[in-house]
Unconditional design. Structure first.
Length: 514
């Protein structure tokens, strides 16, 4: 039986024409954005024209521009000096990197301060950087677009907390819906009179007004912003959570309540030391937990997810052509990695076709994980052989990939670990494996061993690779090899095939076809 050709293969995601070869997508291959926030000033350079871009450069300065704004009506003088110095540096870096003009936006502190316009004029005069001051509605929209960059098809309520403001936005059907802004940023709350009691009363009043505008939500709540990420880090510490990746970290309402109590009963300096948070960030956590407590009480989300993607990613999403937005970020990023790092770019497509008979009943959500694993199966080949399996697992579980739950990261990582190692002895990853149920761990092992075997059978682009036929009810696996590939089925290949058969608990037979 002939193998499918390039023309007859179904075009799924990246296995059509590589999108990053398109000129309009290639124009995004390296782009810099600057976010002048109320608490921090940050520059991010995105690298790679893929749906899930890499962070080529990322620098943040905690300037606290919005500190004292409620009382003085002006930007924090010290923060203004530090922000100008940071922006001068960022412009210089952009020139050294030959970037196109930086896309720079300023949010609540600059738009509300009476000297905000003067600050922007000074930045333009001193550095040549033009800052766009956006209103709360636009800030909410861009943050929501950042979430959509990481979660295509996501739906629910986005909550982006900055230093001086907090924005809410609804998302559904890949669109941003209603959005509102509020003065519930920690820097502003710090200036509220009446201590914690007065602050809680203020938060309750404002949150009630927001709920009246948006109505009950009861879907997923996506949390965007440094204060939310700080709370998530503390939640990880409390739960002894094994995978220290904030993006797509999930919390329940109960988790939040438990973590609020944990924070209230802990020494902030000790928490800072254990979590690696900065002093300026941990100092805002007590204000942020009061906001989060009232937020979940009013809007009653089903679950809560942390998004590391926000306004800066929203700026990137804004510049993407629609056909790139429509792609799956996981598959695009995996294809980009294969094209850049694999020894045999393009083999992932062949390998996927080879292993899929073992997963005929897999739901679409699992099929995309199998696709990604096949694309990534060889990108870590440069690692030392003794550590290659561990490095594969580390690379995937900790990589900056969008569109992946933590359990899905573990599935792909475990499959790639088995691709390079036949057995899985007890190791430092055991607590992370526990994020995956036993059935999924078994499926990941099967996929890994199938990839480990399949990688032995193809070294030439136009070669016929052979095929697997799986009879799950009979627990029987057949290998059909074309005559010209029979010589590839040597001792090592046969041993890997038998390892796959054993993992399936099956009998087997090999057929050599003319």
């Amino acid at each position: 039986m002939n193998q499918p050709t390039e023309a007859t293969l179904p075009e799924w995601g990246p296995f059509g024409r590589p999108l990053f070869n398109d000129p309009s997508a290639r124009a995004l291959s390296r782009i810099g954005v600057v976010d002048v926030g109320s608490n921090s000033v940050r520059m991010v350079v995105f690298d790679g024209a893929a749906r899930s871009p890499a962070y080529f450069y990322n620098e943040k300065i905690m300037c606290a521009l919005g500190a004292g704004l409620s009382e003085s009506g002006r930007l924090n003088p010290e923060g203004r000096v530090r922000a100008l110095a940071a922006l001068r540096r960022f412009q210089h870096l952009a020139g050294d990197l030959d970037l196109p003009p930086l896309a720079a936006v300023a949010t609540a502190a600059v738009r509300e301060a009476e000297d905000g316009h003067d600050f922007c004029a000074e930045v333009l005069r001193e550095t040549g950087l033009k800052i766009q001051v956006i209103d709360g509605d636009e800030e909410a929209r861009l943050s929501a677009q950042g979430v959509l960059l990481g979660w295509p098809g996501a739906y629910g309520l986005i909550c982006d907390i900055g230093g001086s403001s907090m924005e809410l936005a609804e998302i559904a059907n890949n669109q941003v819906g209603r959005r509102v802004t509020s003065p519930l940023g920690p820097l502003k709350l710090r200036d509220i009179k009446g201590g914690r009691k007065g602050r809680k009363a203020h938060i309750k009043q404002v949150m009630g007004e927001l709920k009246a505008q948006l109505g009950p939500q009861r879907d997923r709540l996506f949390l965007v912003g440094g204060s939310w990420r700080a709370i998530a880090r503390i939640d990880m510490l409390r739960r002894n959570y094994p995978l220290k990746v904030l993006h797509e970290y999930r919390m329940t309402v109960r988790d939040v309540h438990e973590t609020v109590k944990f924070i209230e009963n802990s020494d902030l300096e000790k928490l800072r030391s254990k979590t690696g948070l900065s002093s300026s960030r941990i100092s805002l956590v007590p204000y942020a937990i009061d906001v989060l407590t009232r937020l979940i009480r009013e809007f009653k989300p089903k679950d809560i997810a942390i998004s590391s993607y926000g306004i800066r990613e929203g700026l990137l999403f804004e510049q993407m052509p629609q056909r790139l937005r429509d792609r799956d970020p996981l598959i695009e990023a995996s294809y980009f990695a294969e094209a850049k790092d694999a020894r045999l770019p393009g083999f992932g497509k062949q390998l996927f076709e080879f292993v899929m008979p073992l997963f005929k009943s897999a739901p679409p959500a699992q099929v995309r994980l199998i696709k990604a694993a096949c694309l990534l199966h060889d990108v870590s080949w440069r690692a030392h052989p003794d550590y290659r399996a561990e490095i594969c697992f580390d690379n995937v579980t900790r990589a900056n990939l969008g569109g992946l739950k933590h359990s899905e990261r573990v599935f792909i990582g475990l499959a790639l670990q088995h691709r390079y190692r036949n057995k899985r002895e007890g190791n430092r990853f055991d607590p992370i494996y526990a994020l995956l149920d036993e059935r999924s761990q078994t499926q990941a092992e099967t996929l890994g061993k199938a990839m480990r075997f399949g990688a032995m059978l193809w070294l030439k682009r136009d070669a016929r690779m052979g095929r697997l036929t799986w009879f799950p009810k009979k627990r029987r696996l057949e290998l059909h090899l074309p005559k010209e590939a029979a010589a590839l089925f040597g001792e090592v290949a046969e041993a890997r095939f038998q390892s796959l058969v054993s993992a399936l608990g099956a009998t087997s037979e090999v057929f050599i076809e003319e």
